[in-house]
Write a protein that binds this ligand. Sequence first.
Ligand SMILES: [Zn+2]
Length: 92
Amino acid sequence: MVEGKYRSRTYRRVQRKTPGSKNVRAFVRRKPKRARCGSCGQYLKGVACQRTYKMKKMPKTAKRPTRPYGGVLCSKCTRLKLKEKVRKSEKK
Ligand SMILES: [Zn+2]
């Protein structure tokens, strides 16, 4: 039987193939929850969702869309927010 900590569902069970082509059960930590839009709560697209040690290796451009409010608001809410901002600046 495996170690006690692997008996809980904290770890996912994944079938992996070793270099010697053996099928082995690996225990992998679960992914964190996906990022949501700060305004409407929709899941954000183009935002990576990995454990921190993998996120650190990733380039910044792979983690979130490169636009204002990228990784914070969805594209729909971003467009609304920018329009609102422009309208406010024109009033002054
Ligand atoms: Zn949104």
